[in-house]
Design a protein around this ligand. Structure first.
Ligand SMILES: *[C@@H]1O[C@H](CO)[C@@H](O)[C@H](O)[C@H]1NC(C)=O
Length: 182
């Protein structure tokens, strides 16, 4: 009796989940359905006080920095979405609203300019943060988090030597430049 009930329950669960999978797939593929997506792309801009390409505990948020978001068709490179220029808040954060689905595009948040003349150096590879702006890849939720983007300070802070040594990066001193190693 209990066993029959269990079998029925499991079959029901399988039935329900395949029903929803089916509904999800057809729903996502329906023409026009993807156009109503709204995303909020959030991220953070900081000053890299150690001139390295990752955040450290002495990185500082940059308020008033400018970023933009652009999506390009992966096949022909045509621009499929372009946000206005967005300025970071006091805490160095930004939020960009995007409408539509960009499954076939590569979307990147790009640093446009810094508000700090002493911290405005860019590295081409670290200037962009890739974001995925489609619901068709199984990522759910309308808030998408971009990796933090950093400008480098012109002169590394004296504390950097200790901070980087603590992180185990001291062997990189030659690449980091003389200013990290006074
Ligand atoms: C991207 O480009 C290809 C080739 O030009 C085109 O067939 C396709 O429709 C474009 N996709 C979008 C979303 O614009």
């Amino acid at each position: 009796m209990a066993k029959a009930f269990l079998v029925a329950l499991v079959s029901l669960a399988i039935y329900i989940s395949s029903y929803f999978n089916f509904a999800y797939t057809t729903g996502a593929a329906a023409p026009g359905a993807a156009e109503s997506n709204k995303f909020k792309v959030v991220g953070h801009v900081y000053c890299n006080t150690c001139r390295v390409e990752f955040e450290t505990k002495i990185s500082q948020p940059i308020s008033g920095a400018v970023v933009k978001l652009e999506c390009r068709n992966r096949t022909d490179g045509a621009v499929t979405f372009k946000s206005p220029e967005i300025t970071t808040t006091k805490s160095g954060d930004y939020s960009i609203d995007v409408e539509g689905d960009y499954e076939d595009s590569d979307c990147d948040v790009t640093l446009v300019r810094s508000s700090r003349p002493d911290c405005s150096d860019l590295t081409e590879e670290w200037r962009k943060a890739r974001v995925v702006l489609t619901t068709l890849d199984g990522v759910s939720g309308d808030t998408r988090f971009a990796n933090s983007l950093g400008f480098k300070k012109k002169e590394a802070l004296p504390e950097c030597k200790k901070v980087l040594t603590d992180l185990g990066y001291y062997e990189l001193q030659d690449e980091l430049g003389h200013e990290v190693v006074p």
